[in-house]
Structures are given as structure tokens and as C-alpha cells.
Design a protein around this ligand. Structure first.
Ligand code: FUL
Length: 620
């Protein structure tokens, strides 16, 4: 897609130049030659471009600088803060992934109040909420015609309830945008794995959601699928899903397995310092994605998705900006036992700087509890988060930082601070409606000792929050060291953020001492506990909180009194979502058991034997 845009920035540059051209310094001549180049290149590529086969790197860089978002992608990026609501049958079973066999009778929130969700989030500065209308367990939060596995079969409101509708109405009431998460992986649908049949079923579900619930701004297709080697193989018809969205909700962005919004690559809230909206990564829904991405050796976790080095090898480029999804708690669904593990204010701010401050949109999950309310602990933390952000970002110390600055490489601009004042966060923004261009920048402060470099960065994009050591200054100088064509810097601001203490609650790991433990076998990991022990469950904490191809996914937990005769303890046998979110996995048995020996017989996601060490296990 191509479109022509009027280059308003050009006018500003011309004005600046007519004043400045009286002096004929080398720098100004260079600036003029950039301008002439720029003047002839007023074409923009919207969302996608293909490089000509024989394009030089210089030509590719020029084209990359003129790749711009669709209006929907731009509006989405400006939301900055969006909220995820993981709510469903798992809220009532305590699981992270349901297996689809749950009885709908379990779904019975006692005080569900979507108004409380939206008010809480709106007060905390969130601009959109995304609800898990259907998670992997297949239970639908709206009375769908496609399956009886929904709220219609639950006791909640005598089967007459509709969570999607209640949330829609609350969003309308409070002026909040609305998005839906619909899991393609469905562990309940009998037709899952019969590809054409399930694709039809899924399109019907999507059609219901996109037709009956007003304006939808984001559709979130999860890529997760834990079927494993003997599981059902469903070939998703992404094209049909995508066309359904475009037809019914043209203003919605399609996320993750969609091609408008890219998953940042982890569920920890960690963005990339160098984050390009214009990326070489081909979205997975395109059939050529495997070939293209293999050629460049890129995946969702690759650090560099847009540098000149990558452009040199790429055939195409996508405007595919990053979304950072992370939960305010260890799990995505509400679990009472995690009430003391709500992320601290300091942690949330760290996430904020590494998402919104790293040219991404933050999608923070706040899971409603069994009552159907955002819990008191989460609401209180959201308020602290909002109050702190307000305190920092309400007071910009720079007077004239909103004047558009069209900067050529090496250009500097001096910004006057209101008075000599302390600052430690610099905000930089590019007008990405004209593409993302800055590759390197430097920030200096004028102190009594003269100009001092206080920080440097790479990409800016829609927003970059650069944390610098606290400095007392009355002027800030920003230099665009490297950029593609002319950078359109739309705002520079400076703030002071008061230091935060880490008030993480001491999570007491109630577990028994491992002093007497003896490893009897490493595969499967078999342990002599040293004495007959009463245990209520166990924890598997992957080393370094990192997921590896050998991380345990499906397991059997066995106990023995003599090390010869083994009994399996009933569990759900799966460390759900461990590959994306490798936090400690605690499994509590319904009843306590007594054993001298324990064994975790586990398989990795690909079905091969997992590698679990004694250090990664605890009993409870
Ligand atoms: C993952 C899912 O498996 C999790 O349960 C959660 O929904 C998260 C947002 O995406 O891939």
C-alpha cells in the first residue's frame, strides 16, 4: 500500500533554513542536501513494503524511513496503557490453563461488576480493556450459539448472563476502548483438529463477538498451543479470521497472531531498548513467514529487528509495533494465594519504562477474582501506580519542547528548563505518522561545569523515556547523532522522578529443608527425602526463571515408601504456560500424602524427556 502525504515538516525546515542560510557553514549545506533529498521523496509506504531485488542499503534505509503505520496502528500506539482482564473458568478452578473438561457449573461469580473493573482501570489511566472472551479451555464468557460450553450453561444469573455485554456497557459508560481475546487453541471444542470444521466454528465465534458488541479496537489471537506431539493438529485459517476482522471491525488492530501488533517476545514486561516499529519480522499469519524469518534468523525474541544490518538482508519490511503483555501477579488468572505477590510500584514503574518508555504499548493484566471484582490489593497498587506517574509526568520542566524539530544527522537543539532544576527522566518522541527514523541520540545537560553528556540512546519511535542520573541544570541539549533521512522529533520533555524503594513483600517459601535429600536418579529426577515425610504438594522452579527446550511441561508426580513400588499422585499433569511464563509452579495435592521417595517424571513441550534438577524442586 502506498499513499502520498503532504510533508508539513518540510515547511518548518524551509523556514528554519531561510533564517539560517545567511551563514554558509558546511553543516548547513549538508542540511540542505538532506532537505533536497527529502523534498523529492514524499511518498510513504503504509504498513508494508517490498524492497526491489537490487536495492542498495542506502535505498533500503530511505524506504524504511518512509514506512508508516495505518491510522488504526497509530491510534493504538497512542493509547500507551491498555489492560488485560483474564477471567473465566480458570478463575474458579485455580488453573492457568483449563483442559476443557471443566463443568460450566463452576462459573458463578457472586458480585460481578464490570463497572468496577472499568472505573478502576480508567482512574489508573488505562485507555482500553481486553477481555479473555474465550481462553484455551474453550469456555465462552458470552452466550454463544456455537457451543453449550459457555456462561449460558452456568448458574451465574441462571444462565442468562453475558460478561462480554456487561463489559461493553461499562466501557460505553466510562469512555473506555474495548478489545477481545479469543483463543484459537480450544481444548473443549469437539471439532478442534478437524481443520475446516473448526475454522468455520472459530469464524462464527469471531463473527458473534465482532457483530453484537459494538466497536472493538483490538482482537488478540494467542499463539499459545500446548498440544504436544500426540495432540490434535489444527491448521488455522488465519486469512479467513483476518478477513472477518477487516469486514466487521475495520478499526480494530489484530494482535500477536495478527499482523498489526507484535508480541514483544516475553511475558515479563521487558521491552527492547532498541525497538523499531518498522521491522523485518514477517508476521506469522503469512504463509511466507517461516521462509522470510528463517532467512534472517529472526523470531519473536530476537533483539535486533530493524537495524541497518537487518535491512541489508531483508526482502520486506512491516510496520509491526511491539506490545508488552505482563500480569500484575505471577499468574494470568486470579489465584488467592498470590495476593501477596502483586507486583510492587517499583516493579510496575520498571515495566512502564521498559514498555511505554521503549516505544511499545503496555498491556497490563489485572485478573478479576472469584467474586467478579478487581481485588482490593490490585486496585490499591493500580492507584499507587497512577498517582506516582501523575506526580512525575504532570510537571514537564522544559518550556518549549513541543515545537516540531526536523533534525538532520548531527543536529542539536538546546532546550531551556523553566529554572535550574533537578531532572532524571528525558522523554523524546518522534512523529511516527512520518515514519520512525532516529537511530542514535545523545542528551547533555548544562551544569556549572559546562555541558555534560548525561545519557545516550538508540531508537526513539513514538516514545522513549530515557532515565539519567539526577542532574541539576538549566539547559538540556539533544543531538540526533544518526537517523534515516530527516527525523521528525515532535516532543522533548524533562521530568524528575522521586526514587522508589523496593517494598517487595517477603514471600515466605514455606518448604521443608532439603539437607537430608539425596539424588537417586537424574532422569527422571528421583529423590530420597531422607525420612518419611508428609507433603501437601511441590514446587518446580525452572533455574534462572528461564524456559529451555528441556524445561518440564507435562509430568507425573510419583511417591514411594521404599523406592521400589511407586504410586502416582493425581494432579493435572501440566505446567501450563511455563514456556512463556517460567515462574515457580506450585502444585498442591487435594489431600496430603506421606512418602520417603519422590519422582518427577516429566516431558518437555516437544515430548522428549525433560531435564529437572534436584535444585529446581521443593516439597510443601
Ligand atoms: C499466553 C497464554 O497461554 C496465557 O495463558 C495468557 O493468556 C497469555 C496472555 O498468553 O500465551
Amino acid at each position: 500500500m502506498r499513499k502520498l502525504l503532504l510533508n508539513s515538516c518540510l515547511v518548518v525546515v524551509l523556514c528554519m533554513l531561510s533564517v539560517e542560510m545567511s551563514a554558509t557553514s558546511r553543516k548547513e549545506k549538508e542540511k540542505l542536501s538532506y532537505l533536497q533529498l527529502y523534498q523529492t521523496k514524499e511518498d510513504y509506504f503504509v504498513k508494508h513494503l517490498c524492497f526491489p531485488a537490487n536495492a542498495t542499503l542506502e535505498q533500503k534505509v530511505d524506504m524504511a524511513a518512509r514506512l508508516v503505520p495505518t491510522p488504526e496502528q497509530l491510534n493504538w500506539q497512542r493509547l500507551e496503557l491498555t489492560a488485560f482482564l483474564h477471567f473465566g473458568i480458570n478463575t474458579f478452578t485455580g488453573n492457568e490453563w483449563g483442559d476443557g473438561k471443566e463443568d460450566p457449573a463452576l462459573f458463578n461469580p457472586s458480585e460481578l461488576d464490570a463497572g468496577q473493573w472499568v472505573r478502576t482501570l480508567k482512574d489508573a489511566g488505562f485507555k482500553m480493556v481486553i477481555l479473555t472472551a474465550k481462553h484455551h479451555d474453550g469456555f465462552c464468557l458470552w452466550p454463544t450459539k456455537t457451543t453449550p460450553h459457555s456462561v449460558a450453561s452456568s448458574p451465574w444469573k441462571q444462565g442468562k448472563g453475558d460478561v462480554v455485554k456487561e463489559l461493553r456497557q461499562a466501557c460505553d459508560k466510562y469512555g473506555m476502548k474495548f478489545g477481545i481475546y479469543l483463543s484459537p487453541w480450544d481444548r473443549n471444542a469437539a471439532c478442534y483438529g478437524d481443520s475446516p470444521k473448526y475454522n468455520d466454528f472459530f469464524v462464527r465465534q469471531l463473527t458473534e463477538l465482532l457483530t453484537n458488541y459494538g466497536e472493538i479496537h483490538e482482537v488478540w489471537f494467542d499463539g499459545a498451543n500446548g498440544e504436544g506431539p500426540n495432540g490434535k493438529k489444527q491448521v488455522y485459517d488465519w486469512d479467513a479470521y483476518y478477513k472477518t476482522i477487516r469486514r466487521l471491525q475495520p478499526k480494530a488492530v489484530a494482535a500477536i497472531m495478527g499482523d498489526d501488533v507484535r508480541w514483544v517476545g516475553n511475558e515479563k514486561g521487558i521491552g527492547r531498548e532498541t525497538e523499531w516499529g518498522a521491522t523485518v519480522r514477517t508476521p506469522s499469519i503469512y504463509s511466507r513467514s517461516t521462509e522470510n524469518n528463517n532467512l534472517l534468523n529472526v523470531s519473536s525474541t530476537t533483539a535486533d529487528l530493524g537495524s541497518r544490518k537487518m535491512l541489508a538482508k531483508a526482502r520486506e519490511l512491516f510496520w509491526y509495533p511491539s506490545e508488552v503483555d505482563v500480569s500484575i501477579r505471577p499468574g494470568w488468572f486470579y489465584h488467592k494465594e498470590q495476593d501477596a505477590q502483586v507486583k510492587t510500584l517499583q516493579h510496575l514503574m520498571e515495566i512502564y519504562y521498559q514498555s511505554v518508555g521503549y516505544n511499545s504499548v503496555l498491556l497490563l493484566n489485572i485478573p478479576p477474582d472469584k467474586r467478579g471484582l478487581i481485588s482490593e490489593a490490585d486496585a490499591a497498587r493500580l492507584k499507587e501506580f497512577a498517582d506516582y506517574r501523575k506526580q512525575v509526568f504532570a510537571s514537564d520542566k522544559i518550556k518549549d519542547g513541543m515545537n516540531l524539530w526536523c533534525a538532520a544527522p548531527q543536529d542539536s537543539r538546546i532546550y531551556q528548563l523553566e529554572q535550574e532544576t533537578s531532572v532524571n527522566v528525558i522523554m523524546l518522541q518522534e512523529d511516527i505518522a512520518k515514519g520512525q527514523r532516529v537511530e542514535k541520540f545523545t542528551v547533555e545537560a548544562l551544569t556549572p561545569e559546562g555541558w555534560q553528556i548525561v545519557g545516550q540512546g538508540t531508537t526513539i519511535g513514538y516514545k522513549r523515556l530515557l532515565r539519567i542520573p539526577t542532574v541539576k541544570a538549566n539547559k538540556i541539549r539533544v543531538t540526533i547523532d544518526e537517523c534515516r533521512l530527516i527525523a521528525n522529533v515532535s516532543r522533548i520533555a524533562a521530568y524528575y522522578a522521586a526514587p522508589l524503594q523496593d517494598e517487595s513483600p517477603q514471600v515466605v517459601q514455606e518448604s521443608m529443608s532439603k539437607d537430608a535429600w539425596r539424588l537417586l536418579s537424574s532422569s527422571p529426577v528421583t529423590i530420597d527425602l531422607g525420612e518419611q515425610t508428609v507433603i501437601a504438594g511441590f514446587t518446580y522452579a525452572p533455574a534462572g526463571a528461564e524456559a529451555k527446550p528441556t524445561t518440564a511441561f507435562r509430568y507425573k508426580f510419583q511417591i514411594s515408601n521404599d523406592g521400589k513400588i511407586w504410586t502416582e499422585v493425581p494432579t493435572n499433569g501440566e505446567f501450563s504456560n511455563i514456556m512463556n511464563n517460567p515462574i515457580p509452579q506450585t502444585v498442591l495435592f487435594g489431600n496430603k500424602v506421606s512418602a520417603r521417595f519422590i519422582r518427577l517424571d516429566a516431558k518437555a513441550l516437544n515430548g522428549s524427556p525433560a531435564q529437572v534438577s534436584m535444585e529446581e524442586l521443593l516439597v510443601r
